[in-house]
Design a protein around this ligand. Sequence first.
Ligand code: DGL
Length: 262
Amino acid sequence: MRNSPIGIFDSGVGGLTIYEEIHRLLPDENIIYLADSKNAPYGEKSKQEIINISVKNTEFLLSHGCKLIVVACNTASTNAVKYLREHYNIPFIRVQPAIKPAALNSKTKVVGILATKSTLKSELLYETSQRFAQGVDVVERVGVGLVTLIESGKMHSEEMTSLLKKHILPMLEKDIDHLVLGCTHYPFLTDQIQEIVGNKVRILDSGEAIARQTKVILEQENLINLDATEIKRRFYTNKDPEVMQKILDEFDEGFKAIKTNF
Ligand code: DGL
């Protein structure tokens, strides 16, 4: 079991931002990544649809022998992880927007969160804000269109720049000093967003925290891989592999995107 892979899934390439952090912290782990790009974006789907899709993704990863699954998608984490934990007997790690550190460190007492519609209206987000952001104004914005642009390979485009400005400038007017990226696709846009917000706004994502949590759970469950002689990593996508390949090329680890008919 220890040398079985960690499974990671997302509605597309976004979860690769989480993969990067897990790879950094746990270089000896075997990993299977699934980009369910065919069904992206999840953010506009109903809770039940997101649960059904997450079950299919989980079954795919289990058929590859995964010992633990990281749900590297805020939308699936907020809507489906409770269900997955109740129905499967392996550990699930979920991602959660970094509202707590943003609220704790805010001087203006106004923080922004950019996420999908489904994440913003989820119970989990409501509870997190209630618990950790008392006395802080949380300005929410649905990042309409951002995931679709990234999934169609237009991460660096004029269309992206104007869409980002449209979403972010209204938050700046409200005097935010922290901006939480509540969708795992968005850290790919950090540099572009930083250019728009300037250096007075701190951008936060949850990648590192998720990697740390994955390590803690692997240790607790005695699942850390002890045999690092041959590390296997596989990156599956059920859509055009070019978008994923471009990102993998930037990681410079020589991995190939594998097309699956799943
Ligand atoms: N990466 C997913 C997330 O973190 C994107 C959601 C979507 O597909 O709309 O929410």
